[in-house]
Design a protein around this ligand. Sequence first.
Ligand code: ARG
Length: 563
Amino acid sequence: MNDKLLVAQALATYLDGALSVDDITNLLETPKKSALGDLAFPAFSLAKTLRQAPNQIAADLAEKISPENFEKVVAMGPYLNFFLDKSATVSAVLAEILRDGENYTTQAQNGENIAIDMSSPNIAKPFSIGHLRSTVIGDSLAKIYQKIGYNPIKINHLGDWGKQFGMLIVAYKKYGDEVAIRKNPIAELLKLYVQINTESADDPTIDIEAREWFLKLENGDTEALELWQWFRDESLVEFDRIYTELGVVFDSMNGEAFYNDKMDEIVAILDEKGLLTESNGATVVELEGFENPALIKKSDGATLYITRDLSAALYRKRTYKFAKSLYVVGNEQSGHFKQLKAVLKKMGYDWADDIFHVPFGLVTKDGKKLSTRKGNVILLEPTIDEAVKRAQAQIEAKNPDLANKAAVAHAVGVGAIKFYDLKNERLNGYDFNLEEMVSFEGETGPYVQYAHARIQSILRKADFKPENAITGSLIVTDDESWAIIKLLQAFDNVVARAARTFEPSAIAKYAINLAQAFNKYYAHTRILDDNDEKNARLALAYATGVVLKESLRLLGVDAPVEM
Ligand code: ARG
């Protein structure tokens, strides 16, 4: 059981309902120095109810509480400090992990859906590092929420509609080469797109033509639709290859175009509620406290990004009856999501409060902003290949006889990229440094994977079986193992915090700490020596392995058993 809960439950029985177990759990603090105990309860919080001085309350409680589960319970000024009974704690934690394995701290299904808008690249354009961040963060949040009982629904809101398709069709009709596009769709389509945009700077007719084509597209013109469908299909083949490499799957691929026949309804509801006004021929919703109104329809009747997002929000609420709805999208779109929520609120939808924009920061390369036009780009597929190659080289040097090198190198290379992204707090951008990412040293994915693989090798040597170990003694006494136990015990708090703050980084940092704690233990201790504590030491190694693997899984990173 988690240490806070243990203390809170013990304390609650002495408080006659003055504070609930939950209240106490939230109040408990961790003392700065472990010599001051494992957890401290601030008695200030009872002073009002009990009409007593905090110091007195702490002293009285220290007297009353039976130290059954604790080594001791001591009043220190206005605090009541709990020292966990180490051997009882060690045995309890190890037994729980030996019993539950990877289901350690997994919560039962709560029947609630969480919609996660993630990845959402734009058709006919390259899959950017921003889309990679969205994919990796979204996928991790899905796994984290699943662990705490939710049913995640991963939605790829493809950018497959908009005026840019008008541009693309004009470009294709002017100088498109079908064969070249079939061979290398995204690169060729991007070329067309860049070329036509450059040209339109000098030639205003292009813009007019593009608008016309887009309007044709919106009105269901066959030629326009066929071209659009073709560009979309070709792009998806390329995106699918990336998703396969990353091991990410979606529950819905409904992109922007999916809402084409659903926007009339949104406009009608807005109209009925009297929220629409006209501004320079365009239809808008005025928003108090915003610089600009929400633009719902342009003067030529074309719909906009936010119109489609309004439809999508309503569709998701109806279809999934979500308890929460997340949008994992770069921080530069925060204005858009504020508007989206504000409009939904004005429409009277209270569930707008369950919508969360989960923003993230920018990735740089060599300290510079990425820019397709300036040639400072990171192309995803060659980058993944390079990461796998680097991983392979290191494995070749460390463990040349490894059986399935290619598969392990793939797990390490891809895992390295994901882990590096996720260990940063979302809003902090980072510099894309492949060498650092794939290093086996430092705060990296491979470092954590390596600690996990090392543990598996120890367990193989000992022919370890959790079901046998659980019947033996589970007491270890050294300080290094106590540090590990405290971390293992904190796992469910870390997962809960990662979920609450939409921060997979909490889990990545935790995994690094746990791997470091284990490596320290391993350096000090002969785990396989035959003596009284051998069973418990192996159980500790096993438990660490389970939690490292589960942490990596929550980040979407594989944990090879050997590397
Ligand atoms: N396609 C957009 C982009 O690349 C992201 C879409 C995010 N999702 C949404 N529902 N707006 O910028």
